[in-house]
Write a protein that binds this ligand. Structure first.
Ligand code: NAP
Ligand code: G4F
Length: 364
């Protein structure tokens, strides 16, 4: 039982990872950022493949582990308190666990927030990745380890004329977040070339799901649609509606992370759907799904615009299709509908809860 009661944090001193038994045991993966959208899907994916999954979670005053509910009682799931900015504890964890694969997903991943907190974003995204690489380098001297780094299409910057972006497109990041990720990306290649470390970068374009953080645009919209439909709010305030993104489904994208680490040699791969849509188009599908007209409910607010915008992202994932045999399975429309249906359900439960409280109040 974990330190938190209902969750499953195993104290480090209770780890069972002895090197002698390692050869016979299932493959072991360590995921930083396991409590995030991608971390939770990846953990489920790896558990289904028979892996022992270990995840790094940060201590916070509020438990943020809802996305891990489905796996929290499974015997092969293990959580450890840690932080990628804490190099020594990360090193200790990696050397004690001796994972076969490390997935570095930890980041302050919100682009707008990175303009407000650039130092922190760089500390986690850039130095955190360096700490992961250093730990992997030391482990690699003892036994082979493979590393996945969560790179991003934000590194391209989306300048006119650059779409579709592929592995050979020039990088031109336009946010502290993008710059931090580009540093990490370059270090992965440097560690590969300098130390013969099996380390890959997945250059992932936007991917969403019902588990997406609530302040990213697609989830903000699907949550807003649900609440407007249930009469819980009237308006939705957004920023730039003209920005275009290549939006895929997170459940599809985590498979690509794993596939990269199963190849003979480590390389970079763009992972994308090959379609681009504007925020306005997402609004259209999301509101129509709930029988609403977005023009009656959406307002724009300066607060949600960015000092610099990435105008158009559109990925060319033909290398991943050819070498990894990876293809997205979820269309833009299905993704938007999936998110709206999930969040209508949430809003309905919120309304019922409010009605029960109001009703109980009347009975007093
Ligand atoms: P997310 O939902 O924001 O999750 C980020 C995760 O990182 C959370 O588990 C968070 O923990 C953890 N984290 C933050 N700071 C940390 C630290 N100092 N030490 C350890 N863990 C820390 O992001 P996501 O959408 O799953 O994305 C996963 C990764 O892919 C990120 O690196 C992101 O930048 C990158 N990426 C995402 C997309 C996308 O469209 N989703 C596209 C390209 C690349 P808490 O729960 O404690 O905050
Ligand atoms: O949903 P977003 O915040 O995602 P963004 O900035 O594209 O970043 C996401 O994808 C990256 C991959 O390309 C990841 F690396 C990164 O970690 C993150 O997952 O914004 C999408 C677009 C932007 O152009 C933004 O200006 O939507 C526009 N937007 C308009 N109104 C808004 C809003 N974005 C947010 N978050 N909130 C708004 O109200």
């Amino acid at each position: 039982m974990g330190a938190t009661g209902s969750h499953f944090v195993i104290p480090l001193t209770h780890q069972t990872s002895l090197p002698q038994s390692h050869l016979k045991s299932p493959r072991r993966a360590l995921i930083t950022g396991i409590s995030g959208q991608d971390g939770s899907y990846l953990a489920e994916f790896l558990l289904a493949k028979g892996y022992d999954v270990h995840g790094v979670v940060r201590r916070s005053s509020n438990l943020t582990r809802d996305r891990l509910d489905r796996i929290s009682d499974l015997p092969r799931s293990n959580l450890h308190y840690g932080d990628v900015t804490d190099a020594s504890s990360l090193m200790r964890l990696v050397l004690e666990l001796e994972p076969d694969e490390i997935y570095n997903l930890a980041a302050q991943s919100h682009v707008r927030v990175s303009f407000d907190n650039p130092g922190y974003t760089v500390e986690v995204g850039a130095m955190g990745a360096l700490n992961v690489l250093e730990a992997a380098r030391l482990l690699n001297e003892r036994r082979p380890v493979r590393v996945y780094q969560a790179s991003t299409s934000e590194m391209f910057g989306g300048a006119p004329g650059t779409a579709p972006q592929s592995e050979t497109t020039r990088f031109h990041p336009r946010s502290p977040y993008g710059c931090a990720k580009l540093y990490a990306h370059a270090q992965v290649i440097n560690y590969r070339e300098s130390y013969d470390l099996f380390a890959c970068c997945g250059i992932l374009f936007n991917h969403e799901s019902p588990r997406r953080g609530e302040n990213f645009v697609t989830r903000k919209i699907s949550l807003g649609v649900g609440r407007i439909r249930e009469g819980l709010q009237e308006k939705l305030c957004l920023g730039n509606l003209e920005a275009r993104r290549d939006w895929g489904y997170a459940g599809d994208f985590v498979e690509a992370m794993w596939l990269m680490l199963q190849q003979e040699s480590p390389e970079e791969y763009v992972i994308a759907t090959g379609e681009t849509h504007s925020v306005r188009e997402f609004l259209e599908v999301a509101f129509t799904t709930a029988g609403l007209d977005w023009r009656e409910h959406v307002e724009t607010d300066e607060r949600f615009f960015r000092p610099a915008e990435v105008d158009v992202l559109l990925g060319d994932a033909s290398k991943a299709a050819e070498k990894l045999n990876w293809r997205p399975t979820t269309s833009f429309e299905s993704l938007a509908r999936m998110m709206v249906e999930h969040d209508r359900d949430l809003a309905q439960r919120e309304r019922w809860a409010q009605e029960r409280i109001a009703h109980a109040g009347l009975e007093k």
